[in-house]
Design a protein around this ligand. Structure first.
Ligand code: NAD
Length: 337
């Protein structure tokens, strides 16, 4: 079984390639390295190409004998999507349409899509089940919602089977230390704290201290990236056997406030987090938690690494190594390493 992993040189994609190879699948990464990194390639084949390039995509499918596709490749910054919606719709929708076109031309009819909790918008119910109404309010979330809609229509019209995985907050790093998060700019909470503690970020800003939560800071559902990766392999196996399209949340149902994350980071690192309180960001909701019941029941998914301290410990080891703090040899992409 050969799987094309679009965006396999990125954070979640690279961890998933590692799991795929471990499970005996063969993988080919397709990536334009816009945010992906060569350091995150762990094996399998590589096609350096852009999903916006239809001819390159067609050639990739013609040359590779692909059985199924993972689609991680997208622009991912919510804040930027408000400021520049054209960039987000243009990229995330056109690249997905091109990929689906190439798949249909090649007769490949199975895809696992990286969706997001952002498709739900303001939660009416916590934890959020997959049946919750979809009301995305930022262009990034809208782009994920539109791709899910397109996938449903392609299933009806062309028999293309998909599983859409709605991730909550991906965090942590490969427990074996080979892979981790390398976003630049880094907008996610846990790496932002750790980069600040390593002196790689000048300041750490805490957005929103007046939410209707016990300590006033926003509560989120952090899921370890290796648990996310294992869910992808289970979803692929499900798609190959059940042959039916479906949607799953990937989260833990256990939430932590920003303040709890700060305290846990202080405990793991032994360093003090100094933060600058800032007003809430546009669109931030007080609490976001996933119901994981369906993924556990249908996919047989089990969380193994998603305790908050494990998430922070694995991320801390990764970032210390990248910064050069462990052996003096930092990674080139890391600012001032
Ligand atoms: N990180 C999270 O917490 C989170 C949460 C919800 C959903 N997601 C989704 O998961 C997916 C992966 O996120 P990530 O954090 O690993 O991001 P990432 O930026 O690390 O990875 C994206 C990868 O896709 C590649 N890429 C982007 N556009 C491309 C194009 N046009 N052609 C070829 N390659 C292209 C990039 O080079 C990169 O390797 C995204 O679709 C994102 O929306 C992430």
């Amino acid at each position: 079984m050969k799987i094309l992993v679009c965006g396999g040189a990125g954070y979640i994609g690279s961890h998933t390639v590692k799991e795929l190879l471990k499970e005996g699948f063969s993988a080919v990464v397709l990536d334009n390295f816009s945010t992906g990194k060569k350091e995150l390639l762990v094996g399998g084949g590589l096609i350096q190409a852009d999903l916006l390039d239809r001819a390159a995509l067609k050639a990739a499918f013609q040359s590779q004998g692909i059985d199924a596709v993972f689609h991680f490749a997208s622009l991912i910054q919510v804040g930027e999507s408000y400021a520049n919606p054209h960039k987000y719709y243009g990229h995330n929708l056109v690249s997905s349409l091109n990929l689906l076109e190439a798949m249909l031309q090649a007769g490949v009819k199975k895809i696992i899509f990286s969706s997001s909790a952002a498709v739900y918008g303001l939660p009416e119910k916590i934890p959020i089940p997959e049946s919750h109404p979809l009301n995305p309010f930022n262009p990034y979330g809208q782009s994920k919602f539109f791709v899910e809609t397109i996938l449903r229509d392609y299933d009806k019209a062309y028999g293309l089977k998909f599983i859409s995985l709605r991730y909550f907050n991906a965090a942590g790093a490969d427990p074996e230390g080979r892979l981790g998060e390398m976003h630049d700019p880094e907008t996610h909470l846990i790496p932002s704290i750790l980069l600040f503690l390593l002196g790689k970020k000048d300041s750490f800003e805490l957005y929103g201290t007046d939410f209707s939560t016990p300590d006033g800071t926003a509560v989120r559902d952090y899921i370890h990236v290796t648990d996310l990766a294992s869910a992808h392999v289970l979803a692929l196996k499900r798609l190959l056997t059940a042959q039916e399209s479906d949607v799953f949340n990937l989260g833990t149902t256990r939430g932590y406030s920003v303040m709890e994350v700060i305290r846990a980071a202080e405990k793991v690192t032994g360093r003090k987090v100094v933060y600058i309180p800032k007003p809430r960001r546009h669109g931030d909701v007080p609490i976001l938690l996933a119901s994981k019941e369906k993924a556990e029941r249908v996919l047989g998914w089990q969380l193994r690494h998603s305790g908050l301290e494990t998430i922070i410990e694995t991320a801390w080891e990764w970032h210390k190594k990248q910064s050069g703090e462990v052996d003096g040899c930092g990674s080139k992409w890391y600012k001032n390493a």
